[in-house]
Design a protein. Structure first.
Ligand code: SF4
Length: 330
């Protein structure tokens, strides 16, 4: 019989690793596919692929994804998580990869009833239909609770050896992982920032400042306090040393640096990244924010290095009592 091939959507977590292992054990060739998002958890997906001994392809979600998060056809979950649209987007990409490499179907670690929005039967049907993948998405952990898919019907995989897990508990998955000696996956917790209430608040403010948000900016949002300076400019202020360093690293990598400035105080205080249209008064405003968050008195003049593209200058900021804090999220 011809050896079949599948694409497995790997998140780096337990469920997708388990689903992959179950199908590998049925003799299917698998290519792991990870879709990287600025809002995803930082799982070490390479480690998971290595422990499963499968090749891995990583694709970054692009600006179209931000547009979908801003304006989802099927709406949001509890916070700014557009799970149904997000899954459709992911399956469309997986579908393209499937065609590129000549694979026959897709595997996911989804479990029926685990997530309230996208892992209900009705939602899964919409997702499969809208991504034009009806019958080609196999969910090995819950397959026996669901209609037969093409790989089962065609005998590429044995339905009897698939599972019937449902619900939010992880007991069965953890027991199975132990039994299969599975390693490398991220502990089942945390995850997508779009499900987080305070991050969603920050994201909503970000969207207000941006007609065309970029992934570079979206990547910054994970770090720091967010200040909305005006309709087209925002600032992120590091909350600790690790965030200061991350903001610096990301702003250095930014390709549109003419729209971005990085501020590093020459005293103990938070670093900041400004993104959007800016002028000298706005630069001064960011300086005020930094001094205010350094708890400096208004007596002195405080030096701050400002890097714009390759250019670095030093500004002196004196705290003014009339300065009002802009809109902020934590
Ligand atoms: S939790 Fe996040 S990554 Fe997962 S489907 Fe929902 S929006 Fe997408």
């Amino acid at each position: 019989m011809q050896k079949r091939k599948a694409i497995s959507l790997l998140s780096g977590g337990l469920d997708s690793a388990l689903a992959t292992r179950i199908i590998l054990d049925q003799g299917i060739d698998i290519l792991g596919l990870h879709l990287s998002s600025p809002f995803g958890c930082h799982a070490d997906v390479e480690k998971v692929a290595q422990s499963l001994n499968i090749p891995l392809k990583i694709i970054n979600k692009e600006e179209a994804y931000l547009e979908l998060v801003r304006n989802p056809k099927y709406g949001y979950g509890k916070n700014m998580n557009p799970c149904i649209d997000c899954r459709i987007y992911m399956f469309e990409i997986a579908h393209n990869v499937m065609n590129e490499v000549g694979a026959d179907f897709i595997i996911t670690g989804e479990v029926l009833g685990q997530r309230p929005m996208s892992q209900r039967k009705g939602a899964m049907e919409i997702i499969d239909r809208d991504s034009h993948m009806k019958g080609l998405i196999l969910r090995p952990l819950s397959a026996q609770n669901m209609p037969e898919t093409v790989p089962e019907r065609e005998g590429w995989v044995d339905r009897q050896r698939l599972l019937n897990i449902s619900g939010r508990g992880r007991t069965e998955q953890l027991a199975l992982a132990e039994q299969l000696h599975l390693s490398g996956y991220t502990a089942p917790a945390g995850g997508c920032l779009l499900t987080d209430a305070s991050f969603s608040e920050k994201l909503a403010l970000f969207f207000k400042t941006r007609a065309q948000p970029t992934m570079t900016e979206a990547r910054l949002l994970r770090y720091g306090r967010f200040f909305n300076l005006n309709e087209e400019t925002f600032v992120l202020l590091g909350r600790d040393q690790a965030e200061n360093e991350k903001l610096e690293e990301l702003s250095r990598q930014a390709v549109n640096q003419e729209q971005m400035a990085f501020f590093m105080p020459i005293f103990s205080g938070p670093a900041a990244v400004l993104s959007g249209q800016y002028s000298d008064p706005i630069i001064n405003e960011v300086g005020q924010l930094i001094v205010r968050h350094s708890k400096k008195s208004d007596a002195g003049k405080w030096p701050i290095n400002v890097r714009r593209g390759e250019k670095e200058t030093c500004i002196l900021v004196q705290q003014t009592s009339s300065f009002e804090l802009p809109v902020i999220t934590t």
